[in-house]
Ligand binder design. Structure first.
Ligand code: ZN
Length: 134
Protein backbone atom coordinates (compact mmCIF):
# COMPACT_ATOMS: atom_id res chain seq x y z
CA UNK A 1 0.00 0.00 0.00
CA UNK A 2 1.03 3.56 -0.44
CA UNK A 3 0.87 5.75 2.67
CA UNK A 4 1.05 9.37 1.61
CA UNK A 5 1.33 11.19 4.92
CA UNK A 6 -0.20 11.57 8.35
CA UNK A 7 -3.67 12.85 7.57
CA UNK A 8 -4.58 13.80 11.10
CA UNK A 9 -4.11 13.13 14.77
CA UNK A 10 -7.34 12.56 16.68
CA UNK A 11 -7.42 14.04 20.17
CA UNK A 12 -10.20 13.08 22.58
CA UNK A 13 -11.42 16.05 24.61
CA UNK A 14 -14.27 16.74 26.99
CA UNK A 15 -15.03 20.22 25.65
CA UNK A 16 -14.26 21.23 22.05
CA UNK A 17 -14.68 24.94 22.67
CA UNK A 18 -12.24 24.92 25.55
CA UNK A 19 -9.77 22.54 23.90
CA UNK A 20 -9.59 24.35 20.57
CA UNK A 21 -8.49 27.60 22.25
CA UNK A 22 -4.91 26.43 22.76
CA UNK A 23 -4.59 25.60 19.05
CA UNK A 24 -6.24 28.80 17.81
CA UNK A 25 -5.18 31.38 20.39
CA UNK A 26 -1.72 30.09 21.27
CA UNK A 27 -0.54 28.16 18.20
CA UNK A 28 -2.41 30.41 15.77
CA UNK A 29 -3.96 27.55 13.80
CA UNK A 30 -7.25 28.38 12.13
CA UNK A 31 -10.25 26.31 13.12
CA UNK A 32 -11.56 25.14 9.77
CA UNK A 33 -14.93 23.73 10.64
CA UNK A 34 -16.93 21.65 13.06
CA UNK A 35 -18.96 18.65 12.14
CA UNK A 36 -21.07 16.04 13.93
CA UNK A 37 -20.46 12.45 12.87
CA UNK A 38 -23.65 10.84 14.18
CA UNK A 39 -22.44 7.34 13.35
CA UNK A 40 -19.53 7.70 15.78
CA UNK A 41 -21.33 9.95 18.29
CA UNK A 42 -18.72 12.69 18.03
CA UNK A 43 -18.46 16.35 17.29
CA UNK A 44 -15.24 17.03 15.41
CA UNK A 45 -13.23 20.23 15.02
CA UNK A 46 -10.58 20.39 12.31
CA UNK A 47 -7.40 22.40 12.73
CA UNK A 48 -5.31 22.00 9.57
CA UNK A 49 -1.54 22.40 9.46
CA UNK A 50 -0.32 22.04 5.86
CA UNK A 51 -1.06 18.44 4.82
CA UNK A 52 -2.13 17.25 8.25
CA UNK A 53 -4.60 18.32 10.85
CA UNK A 54 -5.45 18.07 14.47
CA UNK A 55 -8.88 16.56 14.83
CA UNK A 56 -10.44 17.35 18.19
CA UNK A 57 -13.13 14.85 19.17
CA UNK A 58 -15.86 15.50 21.70
CA UNK A 59 -18.43 12.84 22.43
CA UNK A 60 -22.06 13.73 21.77
CA UNK A 61 -23.32 10.81 23.87
CA UNK A 62 -22.17 9.40 27.22
CA UNK A 63 -21.81 5.94 25.65
CA UNK A 64 -19.91 7.04 22.53
CA UNK A 65 -16.44 5.64 21.76
CA UNK A 66 -14.74 8.93 22.62
CA UNK A 67 -16.55 9.18 25.95
CA UNK A 68 -15.53 5.63 26.75
CA UNK A 69 -11.96 6.37 25.75
CA UNK A 70 -11.81 9.38 28.09
CA UNK A 71 -13.40 7.39 30.89
CA UNK A 72 -10.70 4.73 30.59
CA UNK A 73 -7.60 6.70 29.68
CA UNK A 74 -8.39 10.36 30.14
CA UNK A 75 -8.19 13.07 27.51
CA UNK A 76 -5.39 12.84 24.97
CA UNK A 77 -4.30 11.40 21.63
CA UNK A 78 -6.92 8.85 20.64
CA UNK A 79 -5.81 7.85 17.15
CA UNK A 80 -3.40 8.55 14.30
CA UNK A 81 -4.67 8.56 10.74
CA UNK A 82 -2.58 7.68 7.71
CA UNK A 83 -3.75 8.81 4.32
CA UNK A 84 -3.49 6.16 1.64
CA UNK A 85 -4.03 6.33 -2.10
CA UNK A 86 -6.46 3.43 -2.18
CA UNK A 87 -8.22 2.33 0.99
CA UNK A 88 -9.75 -0.86 -0.46
CA UNK A 89 -6.34 -1.99 -1.58
CA UNK A 90 -4.84 -1.11 1.81
CA UNK A 91 -7.49 -3.12 3.67
CA UNK A 92 -7.11 -6.10 1.34
CA UNK A 93 -3.37 -6.03 1.83
CA UNK A 94 -3.70 -5.95 5.62
CA UNK A 95 -6.25 -8.78 5.60
CA UNK A 96 -3.92 -10.84 3.43
CA UNK A 97 -1.18 -10.23 6.00
CA UNK A 98 -3.46 -11.41 8.81
CA UNK A 99 -3.87 -8.01 10.43
CA UNK A 100 -7.01 -7.70 12.54
CA UNK A 101 -9.21 -4.82 11.51
CA UNK A 102 -12.00 -3.06 13.35
CA UNK A 103 -13.50 -2.09 9.99
CA UNK A 104 -13.28 -4.69 7.25
CA UNK A 105 -14.80 -2.21 4.84
CA UNK A 106 -14.34 1.55 4.58
CA UNK A 107 -16.99 3.76 6.14
CA UNK A 108 -17.70 7.44 5.92
CA UNK A 109 -15.77 9.54 8.41
CA UNK A 110 -15.55 13.24 9.19
CA UNK A 111 -14.77 15.60 6.33
CA UNK A 112 -16.15 13.16 3.75
CA UNK A 113 -13.14 10.85 4.07
CA UNK A 114 -13.45 7.11 3.71
CA UNK A 115 -11.93 5.55 6.80
CA UNK A 116 -11.23 2.24 8.53
CA UNK A 117 -9.65 1.42 11.87
CA UNK A 118 -7.00 -1.20 12.52
CA UNK A 119 -7.29 -3.20 15.74
CA UNK A 120 -4.98 -1.61 18.36
CA UNK A 121 -3.75 -5.07 19.42
CA UNK A 122 -1.86 -5.10 16.10
CA UNK A 123 -0.14 -1.79 16.70
CA UNK A 124 1.16 -1.81 20.26
CA UNK A 125 -1.88 -0.01 21.59
CA UNK A 126 -2.03 2.76 18.98
CA UNK A 127 -5.40 3.11 17.32
CA UNK A 128 -4.57 3.58 13.65
CA UNK A 129 -7.00 4.91 11.11
CA UNK A 130 -6.48 4.45 7.40
CA UNK A 131 -8.17 7.10 5.31
CA UNK A 132 -8.64 8.13 1.74
CA UNK A 133 -9.81 11.52 0.52
CA UNK A 134 -10.69 12.00 -3.11
ZN1 ZN B 1 -9.79 10.28 12.55
Amino acid sequence: MKVKHIDHIGVAVKDLGQASKFYTDVLGIKLQEEEVVADQKVRVAFLPITDSEIELLESTEPDGPVAKYIEKRGEGIQHIAFRVENIEEALEEMKAKGIRLIDEKPRLGAGGARIAFVHPKETNGVLIEICQRD
